[in-house]
Design a protein around this ligand. Structure first.
Ligand code: NAD
Length: 290
């Protein structure tokens, strides 16, 4: 397949390299000056998209996606597919899909889970929104870049799944960290706390796979001085997307709201910026009940 790949950063770079390694003809474009193994670089997004069967975007946010789509959609051939793997708001995902459909293109919103390790290792999970035809066209590429792709529904459904997943993630990380901080103050050994909770009803991905306490559980950013991993400001971005979606859908998400406010305080008024999102634990440890 001829693939255009726009946005070759921490995630997009290794994803594009995996497609090229699998034998696809990949032309890439990024605003920054980057070189990716096996990928031919173009001078613009439109150039990368010209003649492509599939154009993949992996960009920072919905506004940038909309701007890139305005440039790229007119350059694409009818019947080609635009596959956006960025995490963006549901409204932007739906607007870009509608614009693509008007131009006679297929469109899929397909955000990912699995982080930079998953992007490099080809083990991402894709959550996709779009027609069955659009999903079928993109699926062989998801199989190369990831280990699982779920077709969640029509346009926007992939972003909806991602936003809901990450709202659970933010809330669960806070709950895990505040429980560890309480356990510390109750004099409970952290390893014992992990041994109990990781096999009891409080278990979760944040406890079992990404434990925020250093030296406990599998290796995680807590063992690397809370260097990200998944940065607190990215968690805040995704929590804000959840609250924006909740507002437009009139959904009551009180825990998501509190988690958003806490990460906002942590990133904007405390020392959370540039730390992994599990650095909520040292934050709670420093504090007493207010
Ligand atoms: P990144 O900042 O490393 O990469 C984004 C790239 O887009 C950069 O290289 C930037 O130069 C390029 N770019 C920006 N504007 C552009 C434009 N107009 N035209 C062409 N290129 C442009 O970010 P990332 O970590 O790769 O994340 C990308 C997306 O994936 C985000 O939406 C993020 O939320 C999501 N995501 C990230 C992770 C993670 O662990 N990093 C995990 C899951 C999802």
């Amino acid at each position: 397949m001829k693939i255009g790949f726009i946005g070759l950063g921490n995630m997009g770079g290794p994803m594009a390299a995996n497609l090229a390694k699998a034998g696809h003809d990949v032309t890439g474009f990024d605003m920054a000056d980057v070189a990716i193994d096996g990928v031919t670089m173009a001078a613009s997004g439109a150039e990368a998209a010209t003649g492509a069967d599939v154009v993949i975007t992996m960009l920072p946010n919905g506004n940038i996606l909309r701007a890139v789509a305005n440039e790229v959609i007119p350059a694409m051939s009818k019947g080609a597919a635009l596959v956006d793997c960025s995490t963006v708001d549901v409204d932007s995902a739906r607007a870009v899909a509608a614009q693509a459909a008007e131009a006679g293109l297929l469109a899929v919103d397909a955000p990912v889970s699995g982080g930079i390790g998953g992007a490099a290792g080809g083990t991402l999970t894709f959550m996709a929104g779009g027609s069955a035809e659009a999903f079928a066209k993109a699926e062989p590429l998801f199989d190369i870049m990831g280990q699982k792709a779920v077709h969640c529904g029509e346009s926007g459904a992939g972003q909806a799944a991602k936003i809901c997943n990450n709202m659970i993630l933010g809330v669960t990380m806070i709950a895990t960290c505040e429980a560890f901080a309480l356990a510390d103050k109750l004099g409970l050994d952290r390893q014992k706390m992990f041994d109990v909770v990781s096999t009891s009803s409080g278990y979760s991905w944040t406890m079992n796979a990404y434990c925020p306490a250093p030296g406990v559980g599998p290796t995680s950013p807590a063992d690397n001085d809370y260097k990200p991993g998944f940065a607190s400001e990215l968690m805040l971005k995704d929590l804000r997307l959840s609250q924006q979606a909740a507002e437009s859908a009139d959904a009551d998400t009180p825990m998501g709201k509190i988690a958003t406010a806490l990460y906002e305080q942590f990133v904007e008024s405390e020392d959370g910026l540039g730390t992994d999102f599990s650095a909520m634990l040292p934050r709670f440890e420093k504090r007493s009940r207010e």
